[in-house]
Design a protein around this ligand. Sequence first.
Ligand SMILES: Nc1ncnc2c1ncn2[C@@H]1O[C@H](COP(=O)(O)OP(=O)(O)OP(=O)(O)O)[C@@H](O)[C@H]1O
Length: 201
Amino acid sequence: MLEILSVAAIRGDHLLFEDLSFAVASGEAIALTGRNGAGKTTLLRMIAGLVPLASGRVLWAGEDAMADLNAYHARLAYLGHQDAVKPGLTVTENLSTWAAGRRAEREAGIEAALEQVDLLDLADIPARMLSAGQKRRLAIARLCLRPAALWLLDEPVTGLDTASVLLFGDMIARHRAQGGIVIAATHQDLPMPGGRSVRLS
Ligand SMILES: Nc1ncnc2c1ncn2[C@@H]1O[C@H](COP(=O)(O)OP(=O)(O)OP(=O)(O)O)[C@@H](O)[C@H]1O
């Protein structure tokens, strides 16, 4: 369970939002919506512990999430709106630093992750040769490699074609079925049936 308690965000001199509270239980998904500049990325980064809270608290399993950031970070995966793909490395090499375990386990994990985002055919080409949507899919594949209960996703489906959005929907459904939580900032409809919306105004 993740709880956002009376959180406020200030950027520069500007109050973006205040007194924001909501809770997300295991298996639930939240779409964060609002106009450009409303503070969706800022809130995601605050929840991730990457930007300090101006006020309020974030609780994970009833405890202050920021009290032990290393332990909290081990439980979350953050997908920013930039893909952070290394252009000179192959698709597989880009994932190798994210895969855990022994070599055979890592290889099997990478193959499974690439299959989930339909990139297996491109596994050995340099990432610089990927299209924008394929780069996004490579970034998404990282989510499969490190189990994390909390997924924080910034505009996850930007650039994805219809088939890739459906595959991503399958990933989200599996994550939620295993008790995972998703919070996604978006301007688009996301494949998150039964998900709730939190609007920043
Ligand atoms: N490091 C920063 N310093 C100062 N202001 C910032 C900083 N980062 C973001 N901002 C400002 O905070 C506001 C909220 O930005 P944020 O990226 O959180 O909005 P958003 O809701 O995600 O927008 P979009 O829909 O365009 O992605 C914007 O006005 C932005 O200019």
